[in-house]
Design a protein around this ligand. Structure first.
Ligand code: CTP
Ligand code: MG
Length: 229
């Protein structure tokens, strides 16, 4: 399927606290976003890449993804993740059949994962990377005191990339109002709310999201010394 990829990279990275946007923080020698751009560019289905960056940060972003001919546009992101997705979607060419949305904060994405998600779009309008929850889950009250143990049967942790048939994702975003773009935390959730069938796809490889300094150290090891696949 002819595919466009959106990378959302407009966040500030407050919890990482690096003093620069998280997507530009170096991991194993490269800006974090470069790992995602490279993996997406290596997937044969991906014809074009649109990146949402912090407003005013277009030049730094262009430098970080230079050399990938698939990069089609770099647009200023919004004040929430989903507003950034919406801004990027507006720059995606009309003629693609599939759109994949990915967080720059997940640099362990691989071309194989991208191709598998796109291939599964033949059987469903949406397929997302996700992993079955392995930890025992606790619900806390106001403090760190446990209120309950939550049954983890059937629970998965959603990741990115999230792949959609292009017409489906465009319809979902056209139907959403600005409040929903402010509160939704992923595209699949917006699709589910509209009864779109969403399939889960376990990458069966580390696909961590870099949120804190500890995550960054782990990503550094995984990308620096040869990936565990
Ligand atoms: N993102 C975005 N636009 C926003 C907020 C987030 O494009 N207004 C992107 C981030 O760049 C990241 C992804 O959404 O790739 C997931 O967000 P998160 O991990 O929360 O990143 P930040 O918002 O940058 O981090 P923090 O919440 O710690 O500030
Ligand atoms: Mg955030």
């Amino acid at each position: 399927m002819r595919t466009a990829a959106v990378i959302v990279a407009a966040g500030s990275g407050e919890r990482l606290g690096a003093g620069v946007p998280k997507a530009l923080v170096r991991v194993a020698g490269l800006p974090m976003v470069t790992w995602s751009a490279r993996a997406l560019a290596e997937a044969p289905e991906v014809e074009c890449i649109v990146i949402a960056c912090p407003p005013g940060g277009e030049d730094d972003m262009a430098e970080a993804v230079a050399g990938h001919a698939q990069v089609h546009a770099i647009v200023p992101g919004g004040t929430s993740r989903q507003r950034s997705v919406a801004a990027a979607l507006a720059a995606v060419p009309d003629d693609v059949e599939a759109i994949l949305v990915h967080d720059a904060a997940r640099p362990l994405i691989t071309p194989t994962l991208v191709s598998r998600l796109i291939a599964r779009l033949r059987s469903a309008p949406a397929v997302i990377a996700a992993a079955p929850v392995a930890d025992t889950l606790k619900r806390a009250g106001d403090s760190d005191r446990v209120e309950a143990t939550v049954d983890r049967a059937g629970l998965w942790a959603a990741q990115t990339p999230q792949a959609f048939r292009a017409d489906t994702l465009r319809w979902v975003f056209a139907d959403a109002d600005d409040a929903e773009l402010g509160s939704a935390t992923d595209c699949a959730g917006m699709a589910e709310r509209r009864d779109v069938q969403v399939l889960l796809h376990d990458p069966e490889a580390p696909n961590l999201k870099v949120t804190t300094a500890a995550d960054l150290r782990l990503a550094e090891v995984l990308l620096g010394t040869g990936r565990i696949t």
